[in-house]
Design a protein around this ligand. Structure first.
Ligand SMILES: [Zn+2]
Length: 248
């Protein structure tokens, strides 16, 4: 089901609390592109922040799997992170792990909420160093907390802003009901639980509509090519899955 690229000799392999982590070399390229800065120091901070934040997000999923006695491994690659549960043998082949819908929802939410918890720790740490928490409006209608450090620690402003932005903003984006984002997994589990026959199709339509609306809004309202491309692609993928699902 997952397109996991095969190991390369430039992979970085390590494990956190017994959970194997593999970092594909292309992950670093994406981390650099996301930073989009011309200052080498800021690019370096971005890479470190993206690496740590995505790792924490995926560890949230992995520890949630472990809670339900499912082993998993983490892969950081060119389109972000992935926590892959160990497949269970089923008949002649393999199937995804036998979690209940509520366990699936818990595992999906554990990623974004690990990021929110990390952001909260940063806010506590920054305040302890004498920083003030300010609320920064984002896209006009949501506000996210940021830290403003005293003059002698002002070099930390960029570091904290990048970490808070990634962990809060990306966490919120991930909660949108668009497949295969975490929010899309949650809405799928809820829809299927309510209607085992047509729930999957309904969740895919929701994914097409919300993804399409965000692509259009991203382009026309916020002028963001990135948002338009990302959500346009996800909406289109959901539409394709919908067409395939109808044939059965
Ligand atoms: Zn996730």
């Amino acid at each position: 089901m997952f397109d996991v690229s095969s190991p390369t000799r430039f992979d970085l392999n390590f494990s956190v609390a017994g959970i194997p982590v593999r970092v594909h070399p292309l992950f670093w390229v994406i981390a650099i592109l996301l930073g989009g800065s011309s200052s080498p120091l800021l690019i370096l901070i971005w890479i470190i922040a993206v690496f740590i934040s995505i790792l924490i997000h995926e560890l949230g999923h992995a520890f949630a799997f472990r809670r339900f006695h499912v082993r998993s491994q983490i892969l950081l690659h060119f389109s972000g992170g992935l926590t892959i549960p160990e497949q269970a043998a089923w008949g002649g082949g393999y199937t995804s792990v036998g979690l209940t819908p509520n366990q699936h929802i818990f595992v999906s939410l554990a990623g974004p909420f690990a990021g929110f918890a990390f952001a909260a720790l940063i806010l506590v740490f920054g305040s302890a160093l004498g920083g003030s928490i300010i609320v920064s409006p984002l896209l006009g209608f949501i506000s996210i907390p940021m830290l403003w450090m005293p003059a002698k620690l002002s070099f930390l402003n960029n570091v904290f802003t990048i970490f808070l932005w990634i962990n809060i903003f990306w966490g919120l984006i991930n909660l949108l009901p668009v497949y295969p984002l975490d929010g899309g997994q949650v809405s799928r589990a809820i829809f299927i639980q309510r209607d085992p026959l047509d729930g999957l199709v309904a969740s895919l339509w929701l994914s097409v509509i919300v993804g399409g609306a965000l692509a259009l809004g991203g382009w026309f309202v916020f002028g963001s090519l990135y948002m338009a491309f990302l959500f346009g692609m996800l909406a289109f993928q959901s539409y394709q899955t919908l067409q395939a699902a109808k044939r059965y």
